[in-house]
Ligand binder design. Structure first.
Ligand code: UD1
Ligand code: MG
Length: 483
């Protein structure tokens, strides 16, 4: 990120995030509502930190503790100064809450709204740069604006006959004529901090909402003979504010569209129906992977090359290798699937489930905190929880690891080349050695030694040698006949 700290001017950022957001009709503070799985406030906080300012002031109020924790996910405590706005009396009052920190500070103050998440650091750097360079000596205030096809709800930029800034009029205070103006206030400004706080003292609340508007400050500065500049941006998407759930949904859709288009054009991912797929901006998907309709890929998921993901599947914060086939209606959360595995249909992987190379999980199989070794299979109707399974082992249909005794969870260990018969109950803690076999319907309550065969309820060892010998005899007989 380009350094926007001017050699003469300190840059500070102030984020407005105290409001409840009445128009959201929610018990949750607006900036904590999630876009692509992350609270709105995280977006702005991350962007602010990318500018490397001296300090980031955050005005908090509604659910302040939660907002504070969200902000601190994005940058260090020593960069942050939290100020509380006890009563939400408007954006001007919110800025005023930081007066004691900023009123005498010789700095440029960049003000951001917690509810305008898509703004990019590059755009803000441009705004600050113009603020410092305007007419060679800088301006007292520079406002970020954009022209919108539908400016409804935003503050409008009124310009004078010479096209220079005159004032901002809020939607609710605007005349019909002013409402025709398409240039809007993004709610993002660069200010000379001292001049801002001096003008803020004069702001009144005699408007439609009875609030102290920050948007009155630029006109007051202008009246006092200061220069107020406009930085007009051309990407409306970056400036979208979230005031209600319809706007939140619009932004979610736009973000998703952009993500999917990027994956198709830059990463070679096929989407059978891009409109019905949902992919997080943070997810990564490899070349020649095919995503079918109604697939959801959330969080920090990573999917390799040449995979096939069929309809109705959700993948959250999981890693999927190359050449993996995931059939319809699977749920895969916090799990790790290696190359060439097959999953589903209707499988559930969760709680750090791991499938190693070429493993297979079939229909109605659940894996929780379980590792299924290379080439091993659990093809039907099975629950494997707190289990470690070796290589080339086959888990028969209907197998259950009985991992919970009502109080504690216990582990099951199954070795390599094991054959677990259909409907086996493995009462944990229990261990099944390499090459062992359990008979269909056995209830295994004790460890099974390597190469041992156990059957029955409770399962007991039977001599495998005898069985093998009689089997061998039969084979010899059959061979003799066919000769
Ligand atoms: C504001 C601007 C409007 C602009 C729009 C851009 C004002 C008066 N209007 O309107 O010109 O077009 O943003 O998105 O500023 N907040 C507080 N304390 C308060 C009130 C608000 O911290 O007392 C915070 C909110 O949490 C929010 C931000 O300030 O993050 C903006 O407030 P909001 O009510 O959304 O203002 P808009 O009506 O969107
Ligand atoms: Mg808003």
């Amino acid at each position: 990120m380009e350094d926007v700290q001017d050699e003469h001017k300190t840059l500070d950022v102030l984020i407005l995030a105290a409001g409840l957001g009445t128009r959201m009709r929610s018990d949750l503070a607006k900036v904590l509502h999630r876009l692509d799985g992350r609270p709105l406030i995280n977006y702005v906080s991350k962007t602010a930190a990318a500018l490397a300012p001296k300090k980031i002031y955050v005005v908090i109020g509604h659910q302040g503790d939660d907002v504070r924790s969200a902000v601190l996910e994005e940058f260090d405590q020593d960069l942050a100064v939290f100020v509380e706005q006890k009563q939400q009396l408007g954006t001007g009052d919110a800025v005023n809450a930081a007066r004691e920190h900023l009123a005498d500070r010789d700095s440029t103050l960049l003000i951001l709204s917690g509810d305008v998440p898509m703004i990019r650091p590059e755009t803000l750097a441009g705004l600050v740069q113009q603020h410092h360079k305007h007419r060679g000596k800088g301006s007292s205030c520079t406002i970020l604006t954009v022209k919108l096809k539908d400016p409804t709800g935003y503050g409008r930029i009124v310009r004078d006959r010479d096209g220079l800034f005159e004032r901002i009029v809020e939607q609710r205070d605007a005349t019909d004529e002013q409402r025709q103006i398409t240039e809007i206030n993004a709610g993002i400004y660069a200010f000379d901090a001292r001049k801002l706080f001096a003008a803020l003292e004069k702001v009144q609340n005699n408007n439609a909402q009875g609030e102290y508007y920050l948007t009155d400050v630029p006109a007051l500065l202008r009246e006092a003979g200061e220069t107020v500049a406009i930085f007009q941006h051309n990407d409306a998407y970056e400036i979208e504010g979230v005031n209600n759930r319809a706007q939140l949904a619009d932004l979610e859709r736009l973000l998703n569209r952009r993500t999917i288009t990027r994956l198709m054009l830059d990463h070679g991912v096929t989407f059978i129906d891009p409109k019905s797929a949902y992919v997080s901006e943070r997810a990564r998907i490899g070349r020649d992977t095919v995503i079918h309709p109604n697939v959801t890929i959330e969080g920090e998921s990573e999917i390799g090359d040449g995979c096939m993901i069929r309809s109705g599947t959700r993948i959250t914060d999981s890693k999927v290798g190359h050449g993996v086939e995931i059939l319809d209606n699977c749920v895969i959360v916090n799990s790790d699937i290696a190359n060439d595995c097959t999953v589903g249909p209707m499988a559930h992987l969760r709680g750090n489930a791991k499938m190693q190379k070429g493993a297979k999980v079939g229909n109605f199989v659940e894996l929780k905190k379980t590792t299924l070794g290379e080439g091993s299979k659990a093809s039907h109707l099975t629950y494997l929880g707190d289990a470690t399974i070796g290589e080339n082992t086959n888990i028969g249909a209907g197998t259950v690891t009985c991992n919970y005794d009502g109080k504690n969870k216990h582990e099951t260990k199954i070795g390599d080349n094991v054959r677990i018969g259909s409907d086996t109950m493995l009462v944990a803690p229990v261990e099944v050695g390499d090459g062992a076999v359990t008979g269909a319907g056995s209830v295994v309550t004790k460890d099974v030694a390597p190469n041992e065969l156990v059957v029955g309820v409770p399962a007991k060892p039977v001599k495998r040698g005898d069985q093998n010998r009689s089997r061998q005899k039969n084979t010899e007989k059959a061979n003799a006949k066919s000769e």
